[in-house]
Design a protein around this ligand. Sequence first.
Ligand code: 3HC
Ligand code: NAI
Length: 697
Amino acid sequence: MNDVVNYVTDGNIGVITVNSPPVNALSQAVRQGLLDAIRTAASDDTEAVVIHCDGRTFIAGADIKEFGKPHAEPLLPDLLNEIEASQKIIVAALHGTALGGGFETALSCHYRIALDGAKVGLPEVKLGLLPGAGGTQRVPRLAGVEASLELILSGTPIPAGRAADIGLVDKIVNADLLAEALAYARHLVETGAPVRRTSELAVENVDSSVFDAVFAGLSKRARGQTAPSRIVECVQNAMTMSFADGQKRERELFTECMHDPQSAALQHMFFAERVALKVAGLSDDAPIRDVKSVGIIGGGTMGGGIAMSFANAGIPVTLVEINDEALQRGLTIIDKNYAGSVKRGKLSGDKAADCRGLINGATDYSALGDVDLVIEAVFEDPELKKDIFARLDKVCKRGAILATNTSYQDVNEIAAATKRPQDVVGMHFFSPAHIMKLLEVVRAERTADDVLTTVMALAKRIRKVAVVSGVCYGFIGNRMLQGYFREAQLCLVEGGLPESIDAALYDWGMAMGPISVGDLAGLDVGYKARQAQPEEERGDPAAYRVPDVLVEAGRLGQKSGKGFYTYDADTRTKTWDPEVQAIIEREADALGIERRPIDADEIVDRLIYALVNEGMRILEEGIAQRPGDIDVVYVYGYGFPAWRGGPMHYADAIGLDKVLARIEEFRDRFGDENWAPAPLLTKLVGEGRTLAEWAER
Ligand code: 3HC
Ligand code: NAI
């Protein structure tokens, strides 16, 4: 047919093969090839047709790279309607991940056979879209309304077995997919099976309260997002409209979503996450070291979660603690975390036991002699870390990678404590480490290329999203966070209250407000760091006086039952405490600040633009490789709303000139040198360029 779609006959069966690496996405060439093949099959003497794919997967969706470009015929819904209208039986043979438009292609076929282990799904919502080629109309006809809503609103692919249970797949086979699909097609022909068109089925009727409940739940489940309510509308239409009308409305809403900035932001995130894995100057096929076992030093908050991340990927872990008591404490927390995962249905009991069985404890560094990678996660004390690296240098085998999970320390200095700085790298996980997806990989001056490529590949194995950072205080994420937290504290003393500041950021889309984040992390952490600094180096007292007073009053945050808020001992529900308001007002007074009403727009702009301004500096210094890397850090590590695309994409979407004007306004109004615009921002505005354009330099 063409370069990417082939058509041959096998006896009385026509065989259409899509071969468009890497994931057989529905580019114009694939759509055209499929249309030509279907038309050829319609006019030859075959009796049925099989559609299958070469390579790692059945069609994984529309070609995201074509989004935003002018529509090129044939359009997918028209193609799929023509497939469904065929007079000959068409069987889709699924392997890998049949997603989005790929699964919709399968749904337009009359029968579906899948290899065990295949997955199917409609992940469009994760791109700010809805299935736009009949998915919202065909799935309810096969699987019912409630299963459809779950599949399409979650965007999470389901195993073929589950798909068979709910009527989306007809047959599961264990091997030889194409041969099985041919046999199945012949069987259907021989038994006189009907040409079964999904669009002709009726949708089971459900009470409208089902939709009311789902709509109501969206305010929590999909806070701020526009696509989910449109999805629910489409599924409801499937019940109340004809297929043709339902599909017409689906197309209108799909087009609306496509023009929504949320979809642009989520598409940006899709590519940013994948590009982040590529390290400038290193080729994709650079050599990597074999990592079969891992050692972790320190089984506290971070070490335990890091151990679970590796064990969950089938990699054995040796956890080293200072003594038996500390080791038992660490292992007990790991046991509790696994029990929690089983209780929440995230892991089966057997799987949890298998993973837990991969974690062994030790109290002697000699247990690390044979591991391929060691991750140090002890207290944030530079001297202790250097001492540990000097010891690792003595016990670890040659070629072992030595990583530190430090949040702030200089990885060059840590590396210098060894005689093998080329093997040292930062692996900065986020808490809780077995859940949070982000991994900042800190490339020190002397980190070897193959150490970096190994760690990036390993991140994918343990299902983390990795971003490379250069060495600086706090790396990408925590360095930017300083300005964000500073502005939160300043807004507080200038006129805000913890709940008004939290609400402004939460309503804007952040997973949690900044004041609540402080309570969760523990106010004593920053307090101790400040106490270790000379007073003149602590910056503007207005940015830390209130938390210091709270800590001195024993209000350390959630861990002590009270911080900015007061927490219920059992439920951890937070309540507002007038005592804190009194402290804020008193400190503002002592600092000579006259409190004023401060609105949500100002709060959001000050906090988010503080992130953007520092992000610009980070880019200019080459600490981050590209703007998208910063966006990945903030979305996966700090609860920044993905549908806003991360702080740097957000700045581009608002317009860098507007961002600069607001930053200059803050600089002039507050006379605060922290608001000096980053030179890169001023430069880009002067040149009339966006960050995205700059990134393609
Ligand atoms: N379009 C274009 N390129 C795609 C793509 C797509 N739909 N899906 C993946 N790719 C590219 C990736 O960008 C990557 O390119 P690179 O090698 O140059 O970085 C390459 O394929 C491999 O992707 P991954 O690294 O993600 O490979 P994995 O094996 O880890 O995962 C996957 C494969 C599960 C298919 C994953 O890529 C994925 O989830 N893709 C997106 C699927 C999707 O969202 N489909 C729906 C699209 S919207 C749609 O269909 C609208 C319709 O309803 C009209
Ligand atoms: P933690 O205090 O919970 O745990 C540290 C553990 O290290 C303790 O169990 C302690 O017994 C053990 N330890 C101390 N000295 C040791 C030694 N010589 N040998 C073996 N074990 C030793 O600390 P946490 O929070 O897990 O932090 C660890 C590191 O991770 C720090 O560098 C921190 O900055 C970093 N980090 C912390 C994050 C967090 O949210 N807590 C997030 C990301 C990084």
